[in-house]
Design a protein around this ligand. Structure first.
Ligand SMILES: Cc1ncc(COP(=O)(O)O)c(C=O)c1O
Length: 452
């Protein structure tokens, strides 16, 4: 990716970079589904950066609301003050989260990892408050990602992202995750029945924890790690029932899937599941400000409010007024323009365009829901054999697409944590049919370029 003059002349600048193997173009402007670099090159943001932007770039209402808040009051510490904007936003979010969260509460953070950390600690404190002090283990799933901080990495399963930190984290049980294209139960019916086999793994893990399980955390639709894998029928319903029966809190990590991305306010709604705690971020502010949240149901909030009365947790910047103004403006904007509904209808067009990629020799699977899609590559379609990881196939598709002005989110490791290449596609909900058609054409051309 060194083809545009906008690429920083030197890879090594004063920024400690995510990669010293490539140069990054310098982004200067965004509007709708497009981003521009400093050389004037335009990119269609087909991944919403990393499933972040949902309302489109450059929406003036959002920056105006943030500027107005900054003019009035830039910051107070949440141990000393609340603010009108935080109160209004929390109330609006509780309503957005639906009946299950009526009477509950929102804890605001600066992003997804902080929100996961908060949820883990909140689950532990809840158990202590109700006299279940033995419960401290948080169970999770193998191929998953819940954040970059050490607590969040402990419950994540994404091998590449956590491998070298393992000696630093305290680990609890990780159960298998339903991944129909490569089902561990080797079923032939699209996982119609094996949802129950996967759910039974949770029950066994809870029993093995011997009364110490505090919570179970899961992504309703797998995000980056597997690439938009939705659960099989009945699985999440059984998981929720098992947690309830064993006094284990159910934490839905909707950092990527929440705030409309899948065509529902929160993805769990597709399966009628009512978690005790929802973790969310990305789409909340659509990227206009650093923002995340933990939404807890009444049971959890009551345990603390009428128990010890104080949450043993906090960050300097939780409920930052400018982030609150951004989040509230985004929530209003997506409500007024019915963007959650759009995620379902536009998602259907995206699906039919992406399905056409299946005819390519290297495309093994196309999967997803709403505006969250994954394309998995294979070196042999019949055996589903992945490309050798060192080929960095998805990464190279991403680079070829970027040259064509198309932004994707390439990942590796979906097969076993190391092998397996896939792309995540998660455009803003304002993408048009014409833009989808163009983007999928570029994607196809990028894949063909690499395989011919
Ligand atoms: C499901 C999920 N949880 C947590 C996180 C961490 O969020 P953040 O990167 O905002 O800290 C991510 C980020 O991609 C995510 O996809």
């Amino acid at each position: 990716m060194t083809d545009t003059p906008a690429v920083a002349e030197s890879i090594r600048t004063s920024i400690l970079r995510r990669s010293y193997r490539k140069a990054f173009p310098s982004a200067v402007r965004g509007e709708g589904v497009y981003l521009w670099d400093s050389a004037g090159k335009r990119y269609l943001d087909f991944a919403g950066s990393a499933a972040v932007n949902f309302i489109g770039h450059g929406v003036q209402e959002i920056s105006a609301a943030m500027a107005e808040q900054a003019r009035q009051l830039e910051f107070v510490h949440s141990s000393q003050f609340t603010t009108p904007v935080a109160e209004e936003y929390a109330q609006a979010l509780i309503e957005f989260a639906g009946e299950n969260f009526r009477g509950g509460g929102v804890f605001f953070t600066s992003g997804g990892s902080e929100a996961t950390e908060t949820a883990l600690k909140l689950a532990r404190q809840y158990q202590v408050e109700i006299g279940q002090g033995k419960r401290h283990q948080v169970l999770s799933r193998t191929q998953s990602y819940h954040g970059a901080t050490l607590g969040a990495l402990a419950v994540s399963g994404n091998q590449r992202r956590r491998e070298i930190y393992l000696p630093m984290v305290r680990e609890f049980a990780h159960i298998g995750i339903p991944y129909c294209y490569r089902c561990s139960y080797d079923c032939k019916d699209g996982c119609r029945n094996c949802g129950q086999e996967y759910a039974a793994e949770l029950e066994r893990a809870v029993l093995a924890a011997n009364g110490e399980a505090a919570a179970f955390i899961f992504e309703p639709v797998s995000g980056a790690t597997l690439g938009a894998v939705a659960p099989p029928p009945g699985y999440l319903e059984s998981v929720a029932e098992i947690c309830k029966r064993h006094g284990v809190l159910l934490i839905a990590d909707e950092v990527m899937t929440g705030m409309g991305r899948t065509g529902r306010n929160f993805a769990v709604e597709h399966w009628g599941v009512a978690p005790d705690i929802v973790v969310t971020a990305k789409g909340m502010s659509s990227g206009y400000a650093p923002l995340g949240a933990v939404i807890a149901n009444k049971k959890v909030v009551d345990a603390i409010a009428s128990g010890s009365g104080s949450l043993l947790h906090g960050f300097t910047y939780n409920a930052h007024p400018i982030s609150m103004a951004a989040g509230l403006a985004v929530l209003r904007y997506l409500g007024e323009r019915q963007l959650v509904q759009a995620a379902e209808t536009v998602g259907a067009s995206l699906q039919s365009a992406l399905e056409g990629l299946r005819e390519l020799e290297s495309v093994g699977d196309v999967r997803g829901i709403g505006l969250l899609w994954g394309v998995e590559f294979v070196s042999d379609k019949r055996s589903k054999k992945p490309f050798a990881p060192e080929l960095n196939f998805a990464g190279r598709v991403g680079q070829a697409a970027m040259k064509r002005g198309l932004m994707l989110y390439p990942m590796q490791g979906c097969v076993d944590g190391v092998a397996g290449d896939h792309l995540l596609i998660a455009p803003p909900a304002v993408i048009s049919e014409e833009q989808i058609r163009w983007a999928v054409e570029q994607l196809r051309a990028a894949v063909v370029e690499l395989t011919t």
